[in-house]
Design a protein around this ligand. Structure first.
Ligand code: 5AD
Ligand code: SF4
Length: 443
């Protein structure tokens, strides 16, 4: 038989991107070749997200659409958080789907595909708290940075969140294993690593915590940039912040989900911190790491959110001055505690829309003001890929700013010093300056 082919489409967060890389790695080891379109594939997998209803609706639509493209005998599978959440319901609702695999089931992927090819409908949604896919070598998509999962699952129980249900309890990989994987990717020529976990700074392998991990990974020779996502504010101990400040490779950027600026709402979200504690965490980070870039996640319209609560979110946004934010309208997820709140607490849709628009404007306005003031500054960037428009390349500063610079594909993976020459308000344009050009002396 000719070499079997697989196509994976990934939805949702970086953890899913990383899981897709693991699945492709597992299948490559079994002789599969990855292809870039579903028409050509013997196996088509949608690696899905369940965080908001919208994410699931997109996948349902895509499954219907895919029917038209698939080879008649292709195996169609759904993996990831939606597979875990819906399990057999997915098989019942779509006769074309013959494979449903949750995030802890990818080790058995070749066997499950085998079964599906024989005409059986296969499902694997058991949690496995030991599973880190330690022996699976990921097929990485990105030639510049490596996503390295260090922790799976989540032990927080934020009342809106489906993740603890779809990814199970928190467990961490052994520090040595993470260091070994970092050494391997650096040997392959990558110079940036992003450590992944649902609450990544609560990492603990039984003996070592996140501060130890940052120091150990940051010491790998040849690694130039170390990032992590997403941390929880409560897990920024002085030890972790100290390690971030000490380790040269750790980038000056933190994505710190706030969710709300109202202590009352935060309490009902079971975020386990107040507005003041969040702001204090930001202050401690900023003192330790000058020039820190800060981004966040915010939910609007959580049940019971009053106008006053929302105003507090706006004022916290102003007080922190985020560089950017991902903003979401609350989406009720089946089985989560927030769905058990009385129906009259639901924030009406048009009010959610209005709040969302106001938040968007506020976040963008603040980012724009900050960014216009930065034009003329210099920074180091890593060239990541071709930009969507023009003859430009997309590069990133250590603070996570996007900078478009003139150049071509040969520059991918290179570091350059640039001067920021302009901004749209969110992204920058830049010009390469010689590395040894002295920085202007401020008076
Ligand atoms: N509704 C809306 N947004 C949500 N998020 C998580 N669960 C929900 C939900 N039910 C957001 C949070 C989280 C980000 C990944 O998605 O802001 O940080
Ligand atoms: Fe969800 Fe909260 Fe865990 Fe983040 S910390 S994954 S929001 S439960």
């Amino acid at each position: 038989m000719s070499q079997p082919t697989v196509f994976i489409e990934t939805y949702g967060c970086q953890m899913n991107v990383s899981d897709s890389e693991l699945m492709l790695g597992k299948l490559a080891a079994e002789g599969y070749a990855a292809v870039q379109s579903p028409e050509a594939a013997d196996v088509v997998l949608l690696n899905t997200c369940a965080i908001r209803e919208h994410a699931e609706t997109r996948v349902i639509g895509r499954l219907t659409e895919l029917r038209r493209f698939l080879k008649p005998d292709a195996v169609l599978g759904v993996t990831g958080c939606m597979a875990q959440r819906l399990g057999p319901r997915l098989l019942d609702s779509d006769s074309r789907v013959s494979l449903v695999i949750g995030p802890d089931g990818y080790r058995a992927l070749p066997l499950l595909i085998e079964g599906a090819r024989k005409g059986e409908r296969m499902i694997a949604t058991d949690f496995d708290l030991e599973e880190h896919y330690e022996d699976v070598q990921a097929s990485r998509f990105d030639g510049v940075k490596a996503w390295i999962p260090v922790q799976r699952g989540c032990d927080y129980r934020c009342t809106y969140c489906i993740v603890p249900f779809t990814r199970g309890s928190e467990r961490s990989r052994r520090l040595e294993d993470v260091v070994r994987e970092t050494q391997r990717v650096v040997a392959e020529g990558l110079t940036e690593v992003v450590l992944l976990g649902q609450t990544v700074n609560s990492y603990h392998d039984g003996a070592r915590g996140f501060a130890d991990l940052l120091r150990a990974v940051g010491a790998v020779p040849g690694l130039r940039r170390l990032r992590f996502t997403s941390p929880h504010p409560n897990d920024f101990s002085d030890g972790v912040i100290g390690a971030m400040a000490d380790v040269d490779a750790v980038c000056e950027h933190v994505h710190l989900p706030m969710q709300s600026g109202s202590s009352r709402t935060l309490r009902r979200m079971l975020r386990r911190y107040s507005r003041e504690e969040y702001l204090d965490c930001v202050a401690r980070l900023r003192v330790a790491i000058p020039g820190l870039g800060l981004t966040t996640d915010i939910i609007v319209g959580f049940p019971g959110e009053t106008d006053e609560d929302f105003r507090e979110t706006l004022s916290a946004v102003r007080e922190v001055g985020f560089d950017d934010a991902f903003m979401f309208k609350f989406s009720a997820r089946e089985g989560t505690p927030a769905t058990r709140l009385p129906a009259e607490m639901t924030v009406p849709g048009d009010l959610v829309d209005a709040r969302f628009d106001e938040l968007l404007k506020t976040v963008r306005g603040i980012a724009r003001d900050r960014n216009f003031r930065r034009v003329g500054e210099r920074c180091e960037v890593l060239v990541e890929k071709e930009a969507r428009k023009g003859e430009l390349m997309q590069a990133r500063s250590r603070e996570f700013r996007t900078v478009l610079i003139p150049g071509d594909k040969r520059m991918i993976g290179q570091y350059h010093h640039v001067e920021l020459t302009g901004t749209t308000g969110s992204t920058f344009t830049g010009q390469i300056v010689r590395e040894r050009t002295p920085l202007p002396v401020s008076s």
